[in-house]
Design a protein around this ligand. Structure first.
Ligand SMILES: Cc1cc2nc3c(=O)[nH]c(=O)nc-3n(C[C@H](O)[C@H](O)[C@H](O)COP(=O)(O)OP(=O)(O)OC[C@H]3O[C@@H](n4cnc5c(N)ncnc54)[C@H](O)[C@@H]3O)c2cc1C
Length: 242
């Protein structure tokens, strides 16, 4: 479960947000809401619920988001939404359904290529071509909070960090109000990225993503797919600077 950190006013006033996955069965649902109750002790600034690319978790994500907002009283529950593999009309209908269920904060995402991570991405015929187009479509529906992705170590499909920052700029120009980063394990990567983002004139909050390591082999594999690097332990034995 990734955690995002926020410094709304000054350091020392740390706020967190938590990213949850929609549960697949009753046992997982019970476990999810036990976790939500336990983590409420941290008074998160917001929580988010992921959404399967191509709409694979649409019903489960919606049910979980509805319960978060209406039963758990977490008004700032953000709904992740991907636009890959769906027409504009289908995506618009999902946005409206979330809004009708009380959502006012979206995490607007493109989603991974339909063939899987690492495969070539093709925009869906009649669909939104990327997260910037999706952000514009959500913005056109009203004054919602719109979070988008950012990649301190660059997205695996990007030729370089500048291309990534150009895409982030397009998302901001289209209405994004916050960026949540892909998880990373070396603060230097984030600090360097943040400097470049600010130099590019992007002034929205860039919220660092933290992935607790509870299974090194599993996280290393997932990080590799996402383009994130798990630092080698021997380098850290001598201190994290390079
Ligand atoms: C905080 C966070 C939450 C996420 N939540 C989910 C989720 O709930 N469900 C899910 O399925 N996935 C999720 N993802 C993963 C995300 O869907 C993938 O990383 C996906 O591959 C890109 O989506 P995006 O919104 O970042 O795309 P975009 O912002 O549209 O693009 C990502 C990057 O790819 C590059 N790029 C885009 N198009 C091209 C092109 N044609 N040629 C070259 N480079 C290109 C750009 O440089 C851009 O920065 C999440 C990622 C993050 C960081």
């Amino acid at each position: 479960m990734p955690i995002h950190t926020l410094y709304p006013a000054e350091r020392g006033n740390l706020r967190l947000s938590f990213e949850y996955f929609p549960p697949k069965n009753d046992d997982m649902e019970a476990q999810l809401f036990q976790t939500v109750a336990a983590l409420s002790a941290f008074d998160p600034a917001f929580v988010t619920m992921t959404y399967g690319a191509g709409g694979s978790t649409k019903a489960r994500s919606l049910t979980a988001v509805r319960r978060m907002i209406h039963d758990e009283g977490i008004a700032n529950t953000a709904a992740h939404l991907t636009c890959v593999g769906a027409t504009k009309a289908e995506v618009d209908a999902v946005v409206s359904e979330f809004i009708d269920n009380g959502v006012h904060h979206f995490v607007a995402l493109r989603g991974d290529p339909q063939g899987g991570i690492g495969m070539r991405y093709e925009p869906f015929a009649g669909g939104y071509e990327n997260a910037a187009a999706l952000a514009a479509a959500i913005r056109a529906k009203g004054d919602f909070e719109i979070s988008v992705s950012a990649y301190p170590e660059k997205h695996p499909e990007s030729p370089d960090v500048d291309a990534d920052i150009d895409m982030l700029k397009r998302k901001v120009d289209n209405g994004a109000t916050r960026a949540l980063t892909q998880f990373f394990f070396d603060n230097n990567d984030f600090e360097r990225y943040l400097e470049r983002v600010r130099r590019a004139g992007i002034n929205i909050p860039i919220v660092p993503g933290i992935m607790p390591i509870n299974n090194l082999a599993g996280i290393s594999k997932f990080a590799g797919l996402c383009g994130a690097r798990v630092p080698r332990r021997d380098r850290y034995a001598a201190g994290p600077s390079r």
